[in-house]
Design a protein around this ligand. Structure first.
Ligand code: ASP
Length: 306
């Protein structure tokens, strides 16, 4: 069996007309590094779960993307991060919502999966699990990026004038990975700062299993990015798996249907990355772009934005 890996850095891409060649190169480099972090594990025969965690950690550490370092700000100027992992072997899952502190919220999601009997934790006890797991913490300076801070103030000023930003790079972003390992197992991981100027306490689709994150060896592993409220209401990730399971659709057809027919007409801008049990990859999106990359064993890695 061969391995496959796909990653995304969110559908909140800079608009094509605003993207400089230097910025474009920086995004491609960051995506390539994250792909390599995950592929290195798969190449050595490691698990899909380890690979998606490593790829997402690399994206969280990268200030260009809205997750971990570089997360967006709430309307009150705080950073509240959501993350999830799911293992396709047995549908075990872990997620956290609204956390601030751990440098890699995806590692905390995995600790919730492996070290508690629960799926989702919030609040002080989620941070306690992070401490018990020995995870590294960062402070406000570590997570700060000027561009996200400026985006918050721009969004609040527009809101005060009764306007809504239609620039996806200002509104949102997320990171994620899906993989199939050489043992044939699949896994998904997603991590986000959510949406710029979101209400304090708002939870998006990312940590909701079946909305922004899903994995089951019998069908597919999915990591989503986009307008979270709509992804939640349409059970986006789980719906792709359901179409495969109940309607016999292949991965590409099922993913395309959900992104284009369910989400797009209902204000659900964004996209998904998905891998099935045979290692096929689908990466449909209905937004102008989606930072993304993929690699299959024996092929060169590829990264794209638009
Ligand atoms: N889906 C994320 C959220 O709603 C944001 C994004 O992917 O752009 O929290």
């Amino acid at each position: 069996m061969t391995y496959s890996l796909a990653i995304h850095g969110g559908a909140g891409t800079l608009l094509k007309e605003n993207m400089t060649p230097e910025q474009e190169a920086a995004y491609h480099d960051a995506l390539a590094r994250a792909l390599e972090a995950g592929e290195a594990i798969l190449r050595e025969g490691g698990s899909a779960m380890d690979a998606v965690e490593a790829a997402v950690c690399a994206l969280e550490d990268e200030p260009l993307f809205n997750a971990g370092r570089g997360a967006v700000y709430t309307s009150e100027g705080a950073q509240e991060m959501d993350a999830a992992v799911m293992d396709g072997r047995d549908r075990r899952a872990g997620s956290v919502a609204g956390v601030f502190g751990p440098k890699n919220p995806v590692k905390l999601a995995r600790a919730v999966m492996e070290q508690t009997e629960h799926v989702t934790l919030i609040g002080p006890n989620a941070l306690e699990i992070a401490r018990q797991a020995g995870l590294e913490f960062g402070d406000r300076d570590y997570f700060f990026t000027q561009s996200r801070w400026d985006a918050l103030h721009q969004t609040l000023a527009m809101r005060a004038r009764g306007e809504v930003s239609d620039d996806p790079a200002v509104r949102h972003g997320t990171v994620g990975a899906v993989a199939r390992d050489v043992a044939g197992n699949i896994a998904a991981a997603t991590s986000t700062g959510g949406m710029t100027a979101k209400a304090p306490g708002r939870v998006g689709d990312t940590p909701m299993i079946g909305a922004g994150t899903f994995a089951d060896n019998a069908t597919c592993a999915v990591s989503a990015t986009g307008h979270g409220e709509v992804f939640i209401r349409w059970s986006a990730a789980g719906e792709i798996a359901a179409r495969m399971r109940h309607a016999g659709e292949d991965l590409a057809t099922a993913a395309e249907h959900v992104v284009m027919q369910d989400l797009a007409p209902n204000d659900g801008s964004g996209g998904v990355i998905a891998v099935d049990g045979a290692g096929n990859i689908a990466m449909p999106f209905n937004s102008q772009g989606m930072y993304r990359g993929s690699v299959r064993q024996g092929n060169a890695p590829e990264t794209s934005i638009y």
